[in-house]
Design a protein around this ligand. Sequence first.
Ligand code: PMP
Length: 388
Amino acid sequence: MAVIPVPERLLHPMEFPRKLLMGPGPANAPPRVLAAGALPLLGHLHPEFVQIMDDCKSGIQYAFQTENPVTLAISGTGHAAMEAACCNLVEAGDVVLVLCAGIWGHRFADMVDRHDGVVKKLNKPAGETFSLSDIEQGLRAHNPKLLFVTHGESSSTTLQSLEGIGKLCHKFGCLVVVDSVAALGGVPLLQDAWELDVVYTGGQKVLSCPPGASPISFGPAAMKKVKSRKTKIRSFYLDINELANYWGCDGQPRRYHHTGPISNIYTLREALSILAEETLAKCWERHAKCAALLHDGLRQLGLELFVKNPECRLPTVTGIVVPPGVDWKKVADNAMAKYRVEISGGLGATAGKIWRVGLLGYNAEPENVKSVLSALKEGITLQKKSHL
Ligand code: PMP
């Protein structure tokens, strides 16, 4: 058998350019958060670490505006939280109505299918959102047990209004799951007041943590469904009963379930304390102001916003129409090569058609807006010149 030699590159330090991450995530993490991630490890059931988990729990309850006892962070990125919502709530044969206005609905639908749920989709073109009457029609037509909605559709840069959806679903005996990975903290979300049964987010967006711990909260009706399942939850790792115990949400002594991602939890604790210091209302306001500054600057450059209805624009991720004759990638490549600024292209239906600029958490600051605007301006001008 061949002997595998020592990988030569591992004998040298990592190459490490500093970049300004102005795409749809991850965002740059503040130095305080990075420093928290470098703290020495504790045991995952040591009392000091349990206290840090409890602090995270109350920070997530604040960020989500919920009193739900089953509030915790999933060990994994946003997709793991999405899978957790799906695997705990969907049983074979359950009808799930999925609102699709970009890639995230389709992705949840794929997960539902893997759990033998019956997927019904309501579709909107990229750039549009659902009205309550669209949703009501879907509920009447399909009589689902669960509805999935994406709050901030990062692929089509829309903000879906959530107000009224929870109440409407409950009138039809349907639970609602909200993906707020790209929106939470950047726009209001009131889980209890808006009757949202399950909400999840990611760490690396507005919270500006390294990816790896994803806040989620299950309300009482969602837990009732979990407790009354006829079949076993198909994932051990994401079983909310097990996780609720590990996170001290069920009043029982904590058992070992899995080894929590200790350093990720430290960073989440730090990010949530930064949010608590700033307050949610000020954080929402900062994102709104920066988005308005970006939108004004884009208009001055003669660029068009992808989402036409101002109320449906996601402040955390802005879609900009690529003008005819301009190669979006060359502009993004120029921004990266010259300024180390990340600007992203579209995703799914918007691929090749838009740029996406993130204003997420730590990065939602006026000077970063200026950097993006000047990088866009320069990239577009350079291309126009090369056409002459
Ligand atoms: N949902 C939405 C709306 C997202 O924007 C993302 C990440 N771009 C995810 C889910 C998935 O999160 P992750 O990449 O952290 O798994």
